[in-house]
Design a protein around this ligand. Sequence first.
Ligand code: PMP
Length: 348
Amino acid sequence: MFDINNILRENIKNLTPYSSARDEFQGEASVYLDANENAFGSPLDEAYNRYPDPLQYNVKKRLSEIKGLPIRNIFLGNGSDEAIDILFRSFCNPGVDNVIIVPPTYGMYQVSANINDIALKRVNLTAEYQLNLEGIAEAIDKNTKIIFICSPNNPTGNSINREDVETLLANFNGLVVVDEAYINFSRQKSFIQELTEYANLVVLQTLSKAWGLAGLRVGMAFASEEIIEVMNKVKPPYNINEASQQLALKALQNVDQVNEWIKETLAQRDKLVLALKNFDFVLDIYPSDANFILVKTTDPKAIYNFLVERGIIVRDRSKVELCEGSLRITIGTPEENNILIKSLQDYK
Ligand code: PMP
């Protein structure tokens, strides 16, 4: 049985979190002389002289409407990268604990583990880019705190079989983190619906992809109230700045616009795949559930360099295990995709 107290670090259990200026007095006052801010104003028009809401109530309220989830189940990070780091710092003891990743996958799980001095166990995906459940079961030991699953997976683009993730959730006594950065582009439904079923589930999403707000740095973690409480205790007090909170709230009114972009991205993805398949140097394109495709080529490095010379940057993943020979290409606007195809027509 999963029990958060079995995986929480002792120092975090006993932590007195930083109490921000506005935590202790929660009402409305007319004179704020509590936080050593500049009382005269800011060089900007808006009220940036004041610290932002540490728990980002307004943004969470809107997200709660969109996701159909109570505010107490939502954590906001400075990008979902911050949520990943906060999970390490909350649950993994440096030099003692380990986490499992399933390569090829998103690079930050490894980087964050390295920064936090947490050992990594790597259980490669199968040749079909699915979970090796037996391998994962063998890798789990008493110090394994988190298993990171990315679905749709970066860089392969495919979704991970739902039943396999559920098997892990049901049998593992640590956290299963399902990173859904690309879920808006996917045919699969989100794991958010499973939060009531599994106390050990953490779902990550972000405003950086479909929402078009990579520059704002706003990411989300959805989990049980207990897990969210811990993450809020560990995060820096003002991790989402005032400008990001205001702009995220404004952007979150634009669901229709985002859905339009998603539709257009998927249509462009189909077109791009068809066009790329005509080239002799394209060996395979893995079926994608995301806004990028993994394209296996005869000579990735040469193609990469050829495109760079024409001012087009794709991601060379050819040295990544199980992605040998592959370039990861983000779906662009129709114009950008045409430029890519036109340029590749001049290759060889
Ligand atoms: N997870 C995955 C799978 C990603 O690909 C990325 C961004 N490349 C992130 C998380 C981080 O996103 P954010 O901008 O929210 O930090």
